[in-house]
Design a protein around this ligand. Structure first.
Ligand code: ADP
Length: 492
């Protein structure tokens, strides 16, 4: 089966979050499962310049008249297609916002073109390879299912027979634009309505994906349920409820080529679940690097995160006095909201030997934080899947998480029952408030006082396998179901 993955990001070339990790790892896992998979990305400089030997495939014209080329090359064993339109994409840095953090005014065009390129590849733009399934990720790629749906309606008149999967990595980023821009999208006027892509008088790319894709997935089973409710539905829960029969949750995996403490060259010392003693050297190195007091016994907490409201780090700030009073230390690696950055900087200044902050994005350092900390804090208000708690598990840093989304699906709390049956892997709190967070902190300190129990939980954590092959097998099953439904359709 021929599957085209459509994404705005791709690890390690261009990454702002977990979406890139998925786009980087899923294709290889699908290939191992026998899928003929290719990727389509916008021609951002980070991708265009990192990959050599781009070959022209075809040109296409955007609905607003701009011409773009579709190029192809091989990267990491995957065939990559690139939408080459320098006027839209040749801007270094973030793929979405300018240096001041302001969303580009032409984002609707930048990502509409991505959708059009995907639809064109499903309709035979590349004479040598035609996608049977287009798998679009997040709002940036969400016009593809809408365009393909339209083209299918014209089947027999040069339309496509491709089917579509749309994966929501985060429902709160929706790609909403003023109605005045609708004409740029190249969709018929009838699509602008409540049963189409209109969202409170505006245009919603996310809704285009949710409305028109043949199958919907999100990145954990719990988040798939949560987004059907008012609290986490971001105004789209009604639509998601009507489409619940085609909506499922498939947990992301961990790319063990990138995240394996036994062979990780970023670390001071390699270690694994059976050889945990050398792990202490990573903690000492991290304390040194961050200028923290080199106390082996201090319980060291870590945060690796975008600093945004979603991540619930206000709870970390609120719980800091308690964490410090109990002799804990904290390292934060992150960037994002100016207010959160300033608050963590202030905390570090006030407690230079116990709190340290690195504002910025640093992939190597993130590995060291997971390998050197005792606990990784992920108190997100909501969390579609969350990768950091899975990396933390793999590196023996016990995750302390809010019971939502993928966090609920991947971390087992240190309850007495879970400790007794050997399934505990971290600290899980219910209810997003300071008291619940503090109680989880206290549980971490209490477990730490029981050294053997801590070790056992750490081993269990490191032995968890969230592998991409299992995730890929679920996607393959989904693709198969689509192809057989399509075959039935064709004979009807
Ligand atoms: P989200 O996609 O919402 O940001 P995830 O947990 O799914 O959250 O993925 C975040 C990814 O970004 C992880 O790979 C994490 O290690 C990485 N990350 C986040 N902030 C930083 C940072 N400041 N430096 C390095 N890596 C980071």
């Amino acid at each position: 089966m021929r599957v085209l993955q459509v994404s705005a990001e791709l690890y390690p070339l261009l990454k702002t979050g977990g979406l890139a990790d998925v786009a980087g790892a899923l294709p290889a896992a699908l290939r191992r499962a026998g899928v003929d998979v290719r990727l389509l990305l916008p021609g951002f400089p980070a991708v265009r310049e990192a990959v050599a030997d781009w070959q022209p495939v075809a040109t296409m014209t955007a609905p607003w008249g701009e011409t773009a080329a579709v190029l192809a090359s091989v990267w990491n064993g995957s065939m990559l297609y690139l939408v080459d339109a320098p006027a839209l994409y040749a801007r270094p840095g973030s793929p979405y916002v300018d240096a001041q953090g302001v969303a580009y005014a032409d984002n609707h065009r930048r990502f509409a073109l991505l959708g059009h390129a995907a639809a064109a590849l499903a309709a035979g733009l590349d004479p040598h390879w035609r996608a049977q399934i287009v798998h679009a990720h997040d709002w940036h790629a969400a016009l593809a299912p809408a365009l393909i749906h339209q083209a299918r309606a014209r089947r027999g008149l040069g339309g496509t027979t491709a089917t579509t999967v749309f994966t929501v990595h985060n429902l709160s980023y929706q790609g909403v634009f003023p109605k005045a821009l609708f004409d740029d999208l190249g969709l018929p006027a009838s699509v602008f309505g409540i049963h189409g892509i209109e969202f409170h008088g505006q245009v919603s790319f996310m809704k285009a994906g949710l409305q028109y894709a043949d199958r919907l997935t999100t990145v954990s089973p719990t988040y798939a349920r949560e987004i059907q409710g008012h609290e986490q539905g971001c105004g789209l829960d009604g639509l998601l409820r009507t489409r619940r029969d085609v909506l499922s949750g498939i947990l992301n995996g961990v790319d063990t080529e990138v995240w394996n403490p036994a062979v990780d060259t970023a670390l001071a010392r390699a270690f694994d679940a059976r050889h945990l003693t050398p792990r202490a050297e990573n903690k000492a190195a991290l304390q040194r690097q961050f200028g923290l007091e080199p106390v082996a016994e201090a319980l060291l907490f870590g945060v690796v995160s975008r600093l945004t409201e979603q991540k619930g780090l206000d709870l970390v700030l609120a719980g800091l006095p308690e964490l410090l009073a109990r002799g804990g230390q904290l390292v934060v690696l992150g960037s994002g909201d100016a207010e959160l950055e300033a608050a963590f900087r202030t905390a570090a200044k006030a407690h230079p030997h116990a709190v340290a902050v690195h504002i910025g994005y640093d992939e190597t350092l993130s590995h060291r934080v997971f390998a050197g900390t005792d606990v990784t804090l992920v108190p997100s208000r909501f969390e579609p899947c969350g990768l950091t708690q899975m990396y933390a598990l793999a590196y023996g840093s016990l995750p302390l998480v809010h019971r939502v989304g993928g966090l609920a699906d991947t971390v087992a709390d240190v309850t007495l029952e879970n400790l007794a049956d050997g399934s505990a892997t971290g600290f899980v709190f219910d209810g997003f408030d300071r008291a619940a967070f503090s109680a989880a902190l206290r549980r971490a300190f209490a477990l730490r006082a029981r050294k053997a129990a801590w070790r056992r939980v750490q081993r269990t954590a490191m032995e968890q396998r969230f592998d991409w092959d299992s995730a890929a097998a679920r996607y393959v099953a989904l693709y198969r179901s689509l192809l057989s439904a399509e075959a039935v359709d064709a004979t009807a």
